[in-house]
Design a protein around this ligand. Structure first.
Ligand SMILES: Cc1ncc(COP(=O)(O)O)c(C=O)c1O
Length: 418
């Protein structure tokens, strides 16, 4: 079997380019502002929003249960489309209200024992880190943070060393962090985890919808992601993949009527699908919208999407780093759709406010969201600009121009003071 490196996998050449004009035409928000926050919550298409509204109207007319029954084909589509996008079986997919709920439920259900080791990357997201730190403090699990290598991604040699000799470790990696444009070498991590019999949990919240993510190729046991970011789905949606292998032995920590039957006073039977982790109650409208967004991601194709976003973000990164007074804070080999930077002498919140006044929407990410990354690098916060298929060169020009103007004022006043 040939092993394809992570870099090769994402350097896909598109068979069809992204039709940016068509994406903008179906995305009303893209024509009224320069939106650079797909890593926060992307702009949805008109069709996605319409599908949510139509379902709410159906609930208004018929009642929530009746509307859910009538639109069950649409909600089932969210499972089949998520499975198709991730290279999974529909029974391996569960839906949640967020990536965090998905990961928390799964980790709780793993019943990690005192003394068991959890090995994590520096890219770990705050909410997951806090759950693991709580487990460390209360359940005495061994929590090990693997340092980054010179490229700013997990040091695979250190990972291998840490897993050597253990048979029941759990590896937790965020594919793309909230705090930089890095892409973790998730396929190599999968090979290392498999070689050491470790369970592999992948937080793909910032990668699904942005680049190709195939659970079989990566070899993860669990993947979680969210609907509202690069998938362009409604807020309040999350997706998990749990491998058939893990489903064989997973027992939900909080069985729910959604997929468990209470058959006698003290007995219940749990459905052997990832839905065993779900809650009965959820927003059906949001799931209908998620199904539409997933369908659009599949139609567009992750190969062309990855190439377009990588190219646009690469151009933004290069142009920002050419500006005096601007520091791009991404690791050297960053190539995701997320670009992070800061301006010498100007607080990130002030930068974001200045850009917002010019109708350019970015966000400031504080170290409190990524202590193991930003905190460890001594960065109190960074400005994050993330692109999607509805962004074009006009958006990039507007952002670069505004940042150049603001940076120039800071450089000038620093010169006068000196
Ligand atoms: C890398 C990463 N993981 C997880 C999350 C949490 O996602 P959610 O808010 O859907 O729980 C985020 C949110 O920004 C994230 O960036």
């Amino acid at each position: 079997m040939t092993t394809v490196s992570d870099r090769e996998r994402t350097d896909v050449h598109p068979e069809q380019p992204i039709d940016v004009a068509a994406e903008r035409a179906r995305t009303p928000g893209s024509t009224t502002r320069h939106h650079f926050n797909s890593a926060g919550a992307a702009l949805q298409t008109r069709e996605t929003v319409d599908s949510v509204v139509q379902h709410l109207r159906l609930e208004e007319a018929e009642g929530g249960y009746e509307a859910a029954k009538r639109n069950s084909v649409l909600t089932e589509r969210a499972y089949t489309s998520a499975a198709a996008l991730l290279g999974a079986e529909p029974r391996e997919i569960a839906l949640f209200d967020s990536a965090t709920t998905a990961m928390t439920r799964i980790i709780d259900s793993l019943r990690i024992r005192p003394g068991q080791k959890i090995v994590v990357s520096r890219s770990t997201y705050v909410s997951q880190a806090l759950q693991l730190l709580t487990l460390r403090d209360e359940q005495h699990i061994g929590l090990v943070i693997i340092d980054n290598d010179d490229d700013g991604v997990i040091d695979l040699v250190a990972l291998e060393r840490e897993l050597d000799g253990s048979t029941d470790a759990v590896v937790c990696i965020a594919h793309i962090p909230t705090s930089s444009g890095a892409i973790e070498p998730v396929h190599r991590v999968g090979e290392i985890a498999a070689a050491h019999g470790a369970l592999y949990l992948l937080d793909a919240t910032q990668s699904v919808g942005q680049i190709e993510v195939d659970v079989t190729a990566i070899g993860c046991d669990v993947l979680v992601t969210t609907g509202r970011k690069f998938l362009r789905g409604p807020r309040g949606t999350g997706i998990a993949y749990v491998s058939s292998r893990l489903l064989e032995r997973l027992v939900p920590a909080s069985p729910d009527v959604r997929a468990s039957s209470w058959v006698s006073e003290g007995e219940w039977v749990v459905e052997r699908s990832a839905r065993m982790l779900e809650s009965w109650e959820h927003s059906v409208a949001a799931r209908v919208g998620l199904g539409v967004a997933l369908g659009q991601a599949l139609e567009r194709g992750m190969g062309p999407t990855a190439v377009y976003l990588g190219t646009l973000a690469g151009e933004l990164r290069a142009r920002l780093s050419d500006l005096p007074g601007v520091e791009v804070t991404d690791p050297p080999k960053a190539r995701s759709a997320i670009v992070t930077f800061r301006l010498a002498g100007i607080a990130d919140t002030v930068v974001c406010e200045y850009l917002k006044e010019r109708n350019i929407h970015t966000i400031s990410i504080p170290a409190a969201h990524a202590q193991w990354d930003l905190g460890a690098r001594g960065l109190g916060s960074v400005v994050r600009a993330s692109v999607h298929v509805y962004n074009d060169r006009g958006d990039i020009d507007a952002l670069v121009l505004a940042v150049a103007e603001l940076a120039a004022t800071a450089v000038e006043s620093a010169g006068v003071e000196r």
